[in-house]
Design a binder for this molecule. Structure first.
Ligand code: SAH
Length: 462
């Protein structure tokens, strides 16, 4: 380690910036965030810098640099375009043992600015000691994706409550308590934006803390997207990385499962048509039981949990049992398949609305408002519609949709095996058979399907 990262308290401390251009402005932004009072010395300055100076309660001097400007300041930055001025500022500052940074001149610096990941009061500095600034920035970008934006709110809440925890618990129990706060339902609630809910969970637990938490278990109902792991949300990925046990089904792609924490127990609760390996009721109960054992339970679903995913029923049970939970949306099959197949779901020339419809047969029948569905100017997306495809196309034609309306099947959309089979309402059912299309497959019907040839960009088997 060539440079020691230190956390510098600059609140209301005067900091001198020599220079008024873009670089000076960037440094001023950082110093302002830390609460410093900005003293800026330059012949002219940008509007933003002028604003920062005034917001910080500082001062702007339209003057040339003189050594007496160093009087009484805590930190110095030389950011002029003139190297000789920067060198003079640096030499004077060092002579007074003032910390100084000169832009693009490591030899003139006694400190450097690390790349910073900021979450409220939490600040992470990454420094390569000048060896590889681009690498430091890449590491910063990686950390940005790993750390929830809500961590700042969590740290602020901890600061608000610290004194109460101190008063309520003996020292030997405090660390366990805070560990529970930062690794359990309080953290998930606050990070997901539920600051008040999180604080209530914390205070309730504090009142009855007996050396161990009474509630630790929680449930994450997470949308795993249609297959491509790149389509996961950051939050989905974070929760997948901290789960103790995961319940997943057939629609969750192996590539997405790869990203679940290695040590997490995996429970397959998949369903195949006509073959329910685990009845829904048992899944709901299992979620409750596992959370009551104190586990972080990840219920990972294909696509979005609230679109034909029975997510509502599962959460109903969990909420009734008083178990903390959160729901993370995912990219639903319609969005994923349509994008990857080059079929815009709406388009000014073809379609002004889009409908997501279940094509699931009940006792061999499909009871749907066919007349409405056959209206023109809309895109129809049928989920679970492979078995009923022939019925769907026949009914739509019978209710007035032209037989040559373009229609497509997207099989295993967004995965490397994606296949798109196109036709129209007359030909698609036959093509599904001759091409041996398998589940999961999505049916898209409407004028927008004609754009597929032009807009398809994703590698497909067809
Ligand atoms: N909650 C899921 C849908 C569950 S219903 C979501 O939001 O996507 C299951 C149906 O979704 C399947 O029968 C199929 O029609 C569709 N589906 C899911 N993933 C798919 C994929 N990768 N490619 C094509 N269709 C898919």
């Amino acid at each position: 380690m060539r440079y020691l990262p230190l956390a510098f308290d600059l609140k209301e401390r005067p900091c001198l910036l020599v220079g008024g251009g873009g670089i000076a402005t960037r440094k001023a932004r950082l110093l302002h965030k830390a609460g410093a009072r900005l003293l800026v010395l330059a012949p002219e300055i940008s509007d933003e810098l002028r604003q920062l100076v005034s917001d910080s309660g500082g001062e702007y001097f339209a003057a040339r640099y003189r050594v007496d400007f160093l009087d009484g300041v805590d930190l110095v930055i030389a950011a002029t375009a003139d190297e000789s001025v920067n060198a003079a500022v640096s030499a004077d500052a060092r002579a007074r043992h003032l910390p100084v940074n000169a832009v693009d001149a490591p030899d003139l610096c006694t400190f450097t600015f690390p790349s910073v990941v900021e979450r409220g009061p939490m600040a992470i500095g990454i420094s390569s000691g000048g060896a590889a600034p681009v690498l430091a920035r890449r590491i910063r970008a990686q950390l940005e994706t790993l750390l929830s934006p809500g961590i700042g709110a969590l740290a602020e809440m901890a600061a608000r409550i610290r004194a109460r925890v101190k008063a309520a618990l003996p020292e030997r129990e405090r660390k366990d308590f805070w560990d529970w706060v930062f690794a359990g339902p309080v953290a998930s609630q606050v990070e997901a934006g539920g600051i008040e809910a999180g604080e209530q969970t914390l205070l309730a637990q504090l009142a009855q803390w007996r050396g161990r938490p009474a509630t630790r278990g929680e449930v994450y109902l997470v949308g795993g997207g249609p297959g491509d792991p790149d389509l996961l949300t950051f939050r989905a990925l974070r929760l997948m990385q901290q789960a103790d046990v995961v319940l997943y089904d057939r629609l969750v792609s192996p590539q997405v499962m790869e990203l679940v924490r290695r040590d997490a127990e995996r429970i397959y609760v998949g369903k195949k048509k006509e073959f329910h390996s685990v009845p829904q009721d048992d899944i709901n109960q299992l979620l409750v039981d596992l959370a009551r054992e104190g586990k972080k339970v990840l219920r990972l679903k294909g696509g979005d949990p609230f679109i034909f995913g029975r997510g509502g029923e599962e959460i109903d049970r969990i909420a009734a049992a008083g178990i903390p939970f959160q729901v993370v949306p995912g990219i639903t099959a319609a969005s994923g398949c349509a994008s990857y197949a080059g079929i815009p779901l709406t388009h000014r020339d073809y379609s002004q609305s889009v409908r997501f419809i279940t094509g699931h047969l009940k006792q061999g029948e499909l009871k749907l408002p066919w007349r409405e569905l056959a209206a023109s100017g809309q895109t129809l997306v049928f989920y679970m519609g492979l078995t009923g495809l022939e019925t769907i196309c026949r009914q739509l034609i019978a209710h007035g949709l032209p037989a040559d309306t373009p229609a497509a099947l997207v099989e295993k959309g967004t995965t490397p095996e994606q296949r798109v089979v196109t036709g129209d309402l007359t030909s698609l059912p036959q093509r599904a058979v001759s091409e041996a299309v398998e589940a999961p497959a999505l049916t898209i019907i409407g004028g927008v399907v004609s754009l597929h040839d032009k807009l398809a960009w994703y590698r497909t088997r067809h």
